[in-house]
Ligand binder design. Structure first.
Ligand code: DGP
Length: 120
């Protein structure tokens, strides 16, 4: 846990968020500034700043986050039409919260772009 991390505070229930899923290793909640009708952030409980900071010991955790994403996608009925998972890493990718998270985006056709921004 990192004392001044927004996502750690959400995990510890010190900050409000619309939590849609949680288990021993991960929490998923709605993005405060959604870029699509469904925009969920899947975060590990462990404070890992970026995907570049994961270590061999985190290998199972990274797989788990993807299984959680699939479960959340199913719960939001995105299984058939599809969805996008995005991980921003560092400043050039536009990462603003330095606690590893997957963006799950869906509910509308997404542009064929690898860029983030509102056009995802
Ligand atoms: P990124 O650019 O990949 O670091 O995305 C961070 C996302 O986190 C961004 O889409 C907005 C979202 N966000 C930032 N602060 C909060 C917050 O306090 N609550 C929630 N639910 N989402 C937040």
């Amino acid at each position: 846990m990192s004392a001044d991390c927004i996502f750690c505070k959400i995990i510890k229930r010190e900050l409000d968020a619309d939590i849609v899923y949680e288990d021993e290793y991960a929490v998923a909640f709605k993005d405060i500034n959604p870029a699509a009708p469904v925009h969920i952030l899947i975060v590990p409980r462990e404070h890992i700043p970026t995907i570049m900071d994961v270590e061999k010991s985190n290998e199972k955790l990274i797989g788990h986050l993807h299984l959680v994403a699939n479960e959340v996608a199913r719960a939001f009925k995105l299984g058939k039409k599809g969805y996008r998972l995005v991980i921003n890493c560092g400043a050039d990718a536009g990462q603003i919260v330095f606690h590893l998270h997957l963006h799950l985006l869906g509910g509308r056709p997404l542009l064929q772009t690898i860029a983030k921004g509102r056009g995802v």
